[in-house]
Design a binder for this molecule. Structure first.
Ligand code: ADP
Length: 262
């Protein structure tokens, strides 16, 4: 059974904004999938549908055979890390255990030994064990995102979702963070779906790429199949490739043409 299954998912906001339009695909255990597409393509909506924050208008979504809910089976890494800046990296990672704990324990913040061990193990996975007592507010943007990944890992999720997790970081920090996310997924055989707008970074870390545009899946394939023509088509449409010099996304989307030909 696939971990993620979407069947003909359609999401319409406010009666006339079609964000997802007949999206169907499965993701198997341990796959590391990157969702690509221009702004407004439907990437965030897709991730929200997967974590149960948004209900599809029609169609079916299942995570390990069950409808996605607010339960602990899906861990989420956000574009903004949403850490508690005054708390240590360790305490922030530990809050990932709250979603499993229920509201009473959340109130009492009585963490079990197993939760504490999970927090330290997760910080180790993202290379921050030595910094575990450092206040989140004093960390770099990349370190904060790594704490955000650790917090999601502490939930022991069946599926890890990441919505533009490195969009606010410089390229080096972005690569670092993606490297740790990939390592975490491999170590734990964790199925991962991440949306990224930096195509060059996506190519480095993704195993499988799903390109969406106008709410529809335009591409679903491997790194080898993700050619520059496919990227141009995805971001600019078939007839406009090469005619986007003034487009803001040129830097991100065009970057692979120089270095990523494999
Ligand atoms: P992406 O993440 O690829 O930028 P989104 O999923 O955010 O795309 O948006 C897809 C489309 O749905 C866009 O047209 C966007 O304006 C619209 N949209 C997204 N969220 C909402 C919302 N809460 N209410 C109304 N329209 C929305």
């Amino acid at each position: 059974m696939p971990v993620v299954s979407l069947s003909d998912v359609r999401k319409v906001y406010g009666g006339d904004t079609v964000a997802l339009d007949g999206v169907s695909f499965d993701v198997d255990q341990g796959e590391f999938v990157v969702v690509l597409g221009p702004s407004g393509a439907g990437k965030s909506t897709l991730l929200r549908v997967l974590n149960g924050l948004t209900t599809p208008t029609t169609g079916e979504v299942t995570i390990n055979g069950h409808p996605p809910g607010a339960g602990s089976d899906v861990g989420m890494v956000f574009q903004m890390h949403y850490l508690i800046e005054s708390m240590s990296a360790y305490r922030n990672a530990l809050t990932g255990a709250l979603s499993r704990a229920g509201w009473l324990r959340s109130l009492l913040t009585a963490y079990r030994t197993a939760d504490k061990e999970a927090a330290l193990r997760a910080l180790d996975t993202v290379g921050l064990l030595e910094e575990s007592e450092q206040r989140a507010g004093s960390m770099s943007g990349g370190q904060k995102q790594r704490v955000g990944i650790a917090r999601a890992l502490v939930q022991d999720p069946e599926l890890l979702l990441a919505d533009e997790p490195v969009s606010s970081l410089d390229p080096k920090a972005a690569r670092d963070v993606m490297g740790y996310m990939k390592r975490a997924a491999e170590e734990r055989d964790l199925t991962t779906v991440a949306s990224l707008h930096q195509v060059n970074i996506a190519r480095e870390f993704g195993d499988r790429f799903i390109g969406i545009r106008g709410g529809q899946v335009m591409f679903d394939g491997s790194r080898e199949e993700l050619s520059m023509d496919v990227v141009d088509d995805l971001y600019y449409g078939k007839d406009t490739a090469g005619a986007y010099a003034d487009d803001e996304q040129t830097v991100d989307a065009a970057a692979p043409s120089g270095g990523a030909a494999e």
